[in-house]
Design a protein around this ligand. Structure first.
Ligand code: HEM
Ligand SMILES: [Ca+2]
Length: 674
């Protein structure tokens, strides 16, 4: 029993879909893509991993050594298009969308139970790791699905900043400030708060502390920590302003309204900036991912389950692991002086962003936005491939093994799913001589793992290849059109007003970074690598969120009474119940936000609130009524006509009629379809 008109999302994602309240909820089963009615699953017998156990597929570490080692790739791994912040935001976005439940408490080389353990081989000639058995624990099985083994998503599947606010009410309670509950907790220096039960690496054993956010993985890398910090600061910045603007609002109201705005920013930045940087315009269009420039847009469909599809997180979206840079460095505001910090030395360490009470943060975001990410390709830096989390761990081989663990079909099956041709070794669209390497590794081209084949695909302009584009496109379509609270929706219960929405649509990643991290210059598109320092813009020139649009109009009762009484005195019948009176009543009896220059002037075209629309009607009514000869120039008439039609369409009163149709309508010869 979900409330049907709740203004704010729940924290665990329940009741987003009113028919199936558990869709997209935290701690429920993931889902599989389906291909003409068949679910895309490929387990061996009894839900054991694809390839069986012992596996008849090549060792994932062997694949990683032969195809993914840094030194096999181009000398310069830098992306020509994407900035380091693209990589950094991608990890935060991932953590908003998914956390596949897995325990990491077993020594799997001593445990033969294939239901929980799936160890793999380190090849005899491995340069970096000790050859032999490598432990690997399988992801947990959801009790909700009985037909086959399905994994669990611990967090909400929606883009709802669950990585900032948590995925349950209980988690939220630990994150809100205890003195001012409209705010999120911070630590001195406006940093992330401490997680006393956290697990992290303290480079400075006295000053460093593990950090608390809505997601337990935050400390994994400084670039991720920074993307948490920026949203916590954005929340607190907006909440303080909203409280000034609406002093009568209580803390809960301020908190929830702020959360709604921060989530909208996250959704907008994802679809307007992050995705177009890795998907072609055609892919964006095909999956309806492109936000409308201005105004509402609604593709919500209650038959769409936004739950994260298993295959999306197990392979395509792990492309981000190849974007990781060797460094996580600091760049001073001369754009020249760099303090080099290595990723390998900073895994799980909050030191970098906590040093000097957070004074490094500005230099760090300058480096992340100014310097490139690594290319999306099959190669991973040494830190990720050999030294993950300070140990001898290879994340890329884990990704391959994870795909098999979760019964992910092979690369070719996914190509077929996406309507692409299946490939044999010869026509594998690969770089250089990889055809022979693949042949040596796999018995058949149909065995190739999705993660491997997908990353080997060529692509243009720093984007992902065609198979990953298809799967990422499909997932983000579901994430958008399966979210009842999608920020672009027109809804009187929980939607933004058109003016509020348009203001949100002007916000960019760059502006959010500027507002909260102390920068004074940045490129307009934070995910795109700037050519040089001259390409940077002053932060203050980037559009800002107009929070005045959130002012609740409580009105001045005395003026209202006086005005209304004056007008009502003249009302004798419906003929004299005129536009002026109608507007007075609407502006005083509803929460309508007044136009910038009040109701008595013609608002400028960029004002799109209902209040501005009414002021336009009022203006033209007075203008036309007061014409001396009852005549009007045809250009003026046309412009007035267009303005009024737009206004009426906006107010959803009439569809866009031309003058002749309007005449027919007036004469009763035409019927208006709403
Ligand atoms: C330094 C940066 C990063 C580190 C240290 C890191 C580390 C990890 C680790 C340890 C896992 C779990 C692997 C497993 O046991 O299966 C993982 C999963 C994953 N990562 Fe990353 N990652 C990083 C950046 C990224 C980026 C930039 C993206 C995407 C743009 C990304 C996307 C994913 C996805 C989709 C998963 C699967 C999540 C799940 O199903 O729970 N990661 N990552
Ligand atoms: Ca979420």
């Amino acid at each position: 029993s979900c409330p049907t008109n709740a203004k704010y999302r729940t924290y665990d994602g329940s009741c987003n879909n009113l028919i199936y309240p558990s869709w997209g909820k935290a701690n429920t089963a993931q889902r599989r893509f389906d291909h003409n009615g068949d679910l895309m699953i490929d387990y061996d017998e009894d839900n054991s991993p694809r390839g069986g156990f012992p596996s008849n597929l090549p060792s994932p570490r062997l694949i990683s050594n032969k195809l993914m080692a840094d030194e096999l790739g181009p000398n310069d791994q830098a992306s020509l298009t994407l900035s380091g912040q693209h990589f950094a935001f991608g990890q935060a976005l991932t953590h908003d969308l998914i956390k596949t439940q897995v325990k990491r408490d077993l020594k799997c080389c001593e445990n033969n139970d294939i239901d929980v353990c799936f160890p793999f081989d380190i090849p005899a000639d491995d340069k970096d790791f000790t050859p032999g058995c490598r432990s690997f624990q399988r992801t947990e099985r959801s009790p909700d699905v009985t037909d086959y083994r399905e994994q669990i998503n611990d967090v909400t599947s929606y883009i709802d900043c669950s990585h900032v606010y948590g995925s349950s009410d209980a988690q939220l309670a630990t994150l809100r400030d205890t003195t001012d509950s409209s705010l999120l907790k911070i630590s001195p220096g406006n940093n992330l708060p401490e997680n006393v039960n956290g697990f992290c690496v303290k480079i400075d054993p006295v000053a460093d502390f593990c950090q608390l956010t809505g997601d337990s993985r935050t400390d994994q890398a400084p670039s991720l920590q920074l993307n948490h910090l920026v949203l916590v600061r954005e929340h607190n910045r907006i909440a303080k302003l909203l409280k000034q603007i609406n002093s009568e609002w209580g803390n809960d109201r301020v908190f929830e309204e702020t959360r709604r705005i921060v989530i909208a920013e996250m959704q907008h930045i994802t679809y307007k900036e992050y995705l177009p940087a890795i998907l072609s315009p055609q892919t964006m269009k095909k999956y309806k991912l492109k936000p409308k420039q201005i105004g509402f847009d609604d593709c919500y469909n209650d038959k769409i389950d936004a739950s994260v599809r298993n295959a999306f997180a197990v392979a395509p979206f792990r492309m981000g692991h190849s974007q990781a840079m060797r460094e996580q460095s600091l760049l001073e505001d001369d754009y020249k002086t760099i303090t080099t910090e290595l990723l390998a030395d900073n895994f799980r360490a909050p030191h970098l962003i906590q040093t000097n009470m957070g004074k490094n943060v500005e230099d760090f975001i300058r480096w992340l936005t100014f310097k490139p990410a690594n290319r999306i390709d099959s190669f991973g830096v040494n830190a990720m491939r050999n030294k993950l989390f300070g140990g001898d761990t290879d994340l890329l081989s884990i990704n391959i093994q994870r795909g098999r663990d979760q019964g992910t079909p092979s690369y070719n099956d996914w190509r077929e799913f996406c309507g692409l041709e299946r490939l044999n070794f010869k026509n594998f669209k690969v770089h250089n001589d990889v055809e022979n390497v693949l042949k040596e590794l796999y018995a058949s081209a149909d065995d190739v793992d999705l993660y491997v084949g997908g990353l080997l695909e060529k692509s243009k302009k720093g984007r992902v290849g065609e198979t990953f584009a298809c799967l990422i496109g499909k997932q983000f379509y579901l994430t958008k059109c399966g979210d009842r609270y999608w920020y672009e929706r027109r809804d009187s219960d929980f939607g933004f007003t058109k003016a509020q929405l348009n203001s949100i649509k002007e916000i960019t990643m760059s502006k959010v970074l500027c507002e909260n991290l102390g920068l004074d210059r940045i490129q307009k598109e934070a995910f795109i690598r700037p050519k040089n320092e001259r390409k940077l813009t002053k932060c203050k020139n980037l559009p800002e969120l107009n929070l005045n649009l959130w002012k609740e109009n409580t009105g001045n009762k005395e003026t209202y009474k006086r005005d209304t009484m004056k007008l009502l005195k003249n009302v004798v019948d419906s003929n004299t119940f005129d536009i002026t009176l109608m507007i007075t009543l609407l502006r005083n009896l509803t929460n309508m936000y007044p136009p910038h220059d009040g109701f008595d002037c013609l608002p400028t075209p960029n004002e799109t609130t209902p209040g501005a629309d009414l002021a336009r009607i009022k203006y033209y009514r007075n203008y036309l009524a007061h014409l001396d000869e009852g005549k009007v120039e045809s250009t003026e008439f046309k412009s007035a006509w267009e303005n009024i039609s737009e206004v009426l369409e906006d107010l959803a009163i009439l569809p866009n009629l031309g003058p002749e149709e309007m005449l027919k309508y007036r004469k009763g010869e035409a019927v208006i379809k709403r």
